[in-house]
Design a protein around this ligand. Sequence first.
Ligand SMILES: Nc1ncnc2c1ncn2[C@@H]1O[C@H](COP(=O)(O)OP(=O)(O)OP(=O)(O)O)[C@@H](O)[C@H]1O
Ligand SMILES: [Mg+2]
Length: 457
Amino acid sequence: METGAAALTAHSDDARSLTMPLAGNPFAPGSLVIVDDGVHRQVALVESRDDERGIARGRLIGTIVGSALDTRASHPFGEAAVTAVDLESIDQLHAATGAALEVGGDLMPPGHPARLLPHRFNRHTFWCGQSGSGKTYALGVVLEQVIAHTALPVVIFDPNSDFVRLGELNPDASGPSADALRERDIRVLRPNTAGAKPLRARFLDMPIMSKAAVLELDPVADREEFNALLHLRELFEVTEVASILPTLRGSDEPAHQRLALRLENLGLLGWEVWAGRDRAATEVIDERPDATVLDLGGFSTPEQQLVVALSVLDELWARREDRRPLLLVIDEAHNLCSPQLESPVAVAVRERLIQIAAEGRKFGLWLLLSTQRPSKVHPGIISQCDNLALMKMTSPIDLEGLATYFGYAPTALIARSPWFRQGEALFAGGFVPAPTLVKVNARLTPEGGVDVGVPMR
Ligand SMILES: Nc1ncnc2c1ncn2[C@@H]1O[C@H](COP(=O)(O)OP(=O)(O)OP(=O)(O)O)[C@@H](O)[C@H]1O
Ligand SMILES: [Mg+2]
């Protein structure tokens, strides 16, 4: 009688990893499977297929005990039957790990919902993919879930005005997430948009070193002016930029005169970024709205977006001991933390981000950085990221770099990135129950700066 193909079996010596033959093995890397040796039923992830040696490898994720999954227990076995995962086991995995934020569908069978662990946004997250891969869209999907279902306040540094409509809902949006979003306090700060709350920085509140950076003062090359600034520290803490000029001009000190010239020549007085009577972004964020969108794109000069970013990061860092959790989302992160940035304000922003990447975690300052190329973000920041979202990326050099930074992401899954379609991503690291290939859900809120279409006749 025909008995069909021999059942697929796996083997594990160490209760962590497992191997199984490739022959008769339909499971691609990224698949969850059940391994059952008659004593324990365990959930495992297939991570790689080695054609040369004819084996597939994977890792054990947890043991099914009754109706629950225990992710702390895994067991070695000489021979265990391998079968496809069932929906119930996936639900158990999500329940056991607290994966509650539904962000898309798993690309692997059985095509179940993909969920992230909200409590693991207490780590830094790196998000990358080439232009058009759908980073900003997918980031929006994830942020909607974070904002709807957690009490973690979010600040979004938005250089392309992509998130300025985050406080609205698409007409067809419905369900619990949409209902929750409707209730959230989402504030959008914009540089020059009539009717919008203004995006401003308060010069006098900035630390002295940041003021020096704004004035492009080097402590050695510009030692006299820098020193004058130090001595005028108190004046600069109570007087806005616009009112400081007459005082400097009225002074007999040559260094004060030179500072006045510098203020004028840099055009600082004409910048719209200064708060004056408006509220500064720092003052809005201090109230911890559920989400604050900083629309950095619309300033008349590029330095001003850096000044706002610096003022916000400085303030959060100065008050880090308050330990008030905040997720800092930086789209197009290379604008703020590329190793190639050289202007004094840009360097100050980058240094502050490196500091937050290294030490912010314990103070509740968590970063989510999105960029097109990993090489455009300072390595001191990438190496601190415990969560990875990878979208389509075709550059082999960039992919190789990622594999070295993110050892927790299986190489075989990273290698699939060039074939991702728009909206497809690999999630790996602590914020996902196991490395997962995902097609992200549709947005609930409208996108801001959508691509401009070609006009047709
Ligand atoms: N999952 C998706 N479903 C529907 N449309 C999408 C999806 N992802 C992206 N798009 C659309 O594709 C376009 C590009 O997406 P997006 O702006 O997210 O790419 P990006 O990776 O952020 O690119 P860039 O690096 O240039 O900012 C947008 O117009 C967006 O509406
Ligand atoms: Mg984008």
